[in-house]
Design a protein around this ligand. Structure first.
Ligand code: 5AD
Ligand code: SF4
Length: 468
């Protein structure tokens, strides 16, 4: 007898909306894979959906406010479709837990980042007439055995998750509470996924984790258990540099990127591995957060301004043209004007290609919220952020202008935002490059001669196909 799902089950449509970091976008592909295996099909039309999942972010208050607003709009969807199921997933779900069900009557499902395998069951509970929640965090879950379904993909570049959680406990950050303990994914399952992507025609992968330099495979489980292994077991473990090497050798024709690095954990071994392989891009996202040692200490970042600068020097000594980007927080608790100036001077000294810059947003129950008062007034935070943005923009402009007259290698990702006559892609250093299409195709790796630049991109003309 056939056990095929009923037609009603096969027809149910899932719409997923992702917010926040790349990790969330990658998780949505895992969620789609789980739901597809249980008979749901994906739709890009929210009005056509039977189930709407919002995969949420909790890193700053405004990220959560955005979700609250979105939920207000979804009332109309529910009005026109009584059976519509709405789920709030990810970091905001994990942070608020059942409070979210109390506060948002519209929400039927609440699921944290480690409970996605339970989603079909949670939806079934709602079918039975209830509301459903699972926010258990796991010590082992990496979803390593699943084959993510690529959503909204350009067919060229894809994210590959290599670890989950974070053990760093930076004092401002909610992530260790929403994504749980750090655990690494089996390298063989990572290689399998990368080979599958290559088979599907993808040309670039980004290895993802909250702190990829802390990646360590020793058979699975929480990273903190590594200490209790025998010396032999420890010696046979796979660290991030080893993993990079494995992936670079497995797919020599694919471009490899990774994100995010923690300055405390980035090693010479990793940078030397990057230098050794043509297919690993010369680009590192290395969040400093602040340029002042006392503030860094209050942030529990475990490094000083000088340590950070030494890391930049180490990287530039090994890979002189390495692209480096940064995350900066303006107006962290107790930050003085002088300490803020240190952040401005660090941006200039490091010559970041670009930065993601934010005002400090206190997150409930984080170490900073417990230990300090959020005492930098809002107008001062805003002014400091504007100053940081101004210095970074000037730096980006200068750095991009240095490309004029030079050629760069670009992987074509798709149409430029401004014109269908132009392609857009990124160079090795992750700078956005725009140029006329001519006869080139999406997925081609081309040499582009740069003619002009802006704060956010470099613009030129392709002069031929090239190799990694
Ligand atoms: N307020 C502002 N920015 C934050 N980030 C993390 N937590 C906070 C917070 N509470 C920023 C950091 C981090 C990036 C992902 O988000 O810069 O690197
Ligand atoms: Fe948050 Fe720090 Fe972990 Fe990054 S490294 S996710 S900032 S705790």
């Amino acid at each position: 007898m056939s056990t095929a799902p009923t037609s009603q089950q096969t027809q149910r449509k899932l719409y997923i909306e992702s917010y926040g970091c790349a990790m969330n976008f990658s998780d949505s592909e895992i969620i789609a894979s789980i739901m597809n295996e249980h008979g749901f099909v994906n739709t890009n039309d929210e009005l056509d959906a039977d189930v709407i999942f919002l995969n949420t972010c909790a890193i700053r208050d405004n990220a959560e406010q955005r979700i609250r607003e979105r939920l207000k709009h979804l009332r109309n969807n529910k009005k026109s479709n009584n059976d519509l199921i709405i789920g709030v997933l990810g970091c905001m779900a994990e942070r608020l837990k059942s409070k979210l069900l109390e506060e948002e009557k519209l929400v039927d499902v609440v699921a944290g980042p480690d409970s996605y395998r339970e989603l079909p069951k949670l939806v079934a509970e709602v079918d039975e007439g209830g509301r459903a929640i699972n926010v258990l965090l796991s010590r082992e879950e990496t979803y390593g055995d699943l084959n993510p379904v690529r959503l909204n993909s350009n067919g060229i570049s894809a994210f590959v998750s290599i670890m989950r959680g974070c053990d760093n406990m930076c004092s401002f950050c909610v992530v260790p509470f929403t994504r749980g303990r750090e655990r690494s994914r089996d390298p063989q399952s990572i290689i399998n996924e990368v080979l599958e992507l290559q088979k599907q025609g993808f040309k670039e992968i980004t290895l993802l984790g909250q702190n990829v330099n802390s990646y360590l495979w020793f058979g699975g489980g929480p990273k903190k258990e590594f200490k209790s292994l025998t010396p032999e077991e420890q010696a046979s473990s796979v660290d991030f540099a080893d993993l990079l090497e494995l992936v670079a050798n497995a797919v020599p024709l694919m471009r490899i990127r990774y994100s995010t690095s923690h300055p405390r954990d980035i090693t010479e071994k990793v940078v030397l591995t990057m230098a050794k392989h043509n297919n690993i891009c010369n680009y590192i996202h290395l969040p400093a957060q602040s340029g002042n040692t006392r503030v860094l200490e209050a942030m529990s970042r475990n490094y000083s301004r000088e340590w950070y600068m030494d890391k930049i020097t180490m990287i530039k000594n090994i890979i002189p043209d390495c692209g480096i980007s940064c995350d900066i927080i303006a107006g962290f608790c107790t930050e003085t004007e002088e300490e803020h100036q240190d952040t401005l001077s660090l941006i200039q000294w490091c010559e970041f290609d670009f930065s993601y810059m934010y005002k400090y947003s206190e997150r409930p129950n984080t170490p900073a919220a417990k230990k300090f008062t959020d005492d930098v007034p809002e107008d001062i935070k805003s002014r400091r952020l504007q100053e940081i943005i101004a210095v970074q923009h000037k730096m980006s402009q200068e750095k991009n202008a240095r490309y004029i007259g030079k050629t760069v290698k670009v992987l074509i990702e798709g149409n430029s935002k401004k014109s269908d006559n132009d392609w857009v892609g990124r160079n090795d250093q992750n700078v956005v490059v725009v140029f006329p299409k001519e006869t080139y195709q999406k997925g081609d790796l081309v040499e582009v001669l740069i003619e002009r630049s802006t704060t956010t991109s470099i613009i030129g003309k392709a002069i031929g196909m090239t190799e990694l």
